[in-house]
Design a protein around this ligand. Structure first.
Ligand code: SF4
Length: 200
């Protein structure tokens, strides 16, 4: 995995890029960069690992459907979709500067395309792959089965844990895949890379 090449190509593709040795440093950076904003969160084990929801909530208005807020989930998801800032991770990113995300509901991938002032993609370097085909392979065969398992879905990938079976299960979590070839034109986007194993 070539981190320098990855950074260079993401910059070339229009993104701001920051790199941190630890999740704590990345969380501090986000906490300093985002202030007085409304902030939406996509479902993400990486963001959960960083613990930024609690710290950002002390000086921003944050919306995330994962922590129990007492509000109805559709209401929280809608507020997150309309927030100034959106935070999420991705399932894989390539050394050539592309990102791949698979989603079941669609709120997370939709928010990476349009509707915010700025989107931050927070990603552990464990998700870097050589090229786009290997990023798609990672998203489909590594990230999605692990997410299905985490969610306790009754899908072949969650039971066997080895690969995607392109299932017809009613509990399938893979309904759409978004590929970011380059930064979307609608808003600022930053890739926050962390030299740690984060998320799936
Ligand atoms: S399509 Fe089905 S088998 Fe494949 S990763 Fe998604 S949930 Fe699992």
């Amino acid at each position: 995995m070539n981190i320098e090449k990855t950074i260079e190509n993401f910059k070339k593709n229009g993104y701001a890029v920051s790199l941190f040795d630890t999740a704590t440093e990345a969380a501090d950076y986000l906490n300093q960069s985002i202030d007085g904003k409304s902030v939406g969160f996509g479902g993400s084990v990486t963001l959960q690992d960083l613990g930024v929801f609690d710290t950002l909530s002390t000086h921003n208005t944050c919306y995330w459907h994962w922590p129990k807020s007492g509000k109805a989930m559709p209401e929280v998801i809608k507020a997150a979709a309309e927030a100034d800032i959106y935070l999420t991770s991705v399932n894989a990113l390539s050394e050539n500067g592309e990102m791949v995300n698979i989603d079941g509901t669609g709120n997370r991938v939709a928010s990476t395309l349009y509707g915010h002032e700025k989107v931050y993609f927070v990603v552990g370097t464990n998700k870097i792959t050589e090229d786009l085909p290997s990023a798609i392979h990672r998203a489909r065969n590594i990230a999605s089965p692990l997410n299905a398992k985490r969610l306790g879905r009754k899908t072949p990938c969650a039971i066997k844990g080895d690969k995607c079976y392109d299932c017809d299960s009613p509990e399938r979590i893979c309904n759409g895949m978004v590929i970011h070839y380059k930064k979307m034109g609608s808003c600022d986007m930053e890739v926050v890379l962390v030299k740690e194993e984060l998320g799936y």
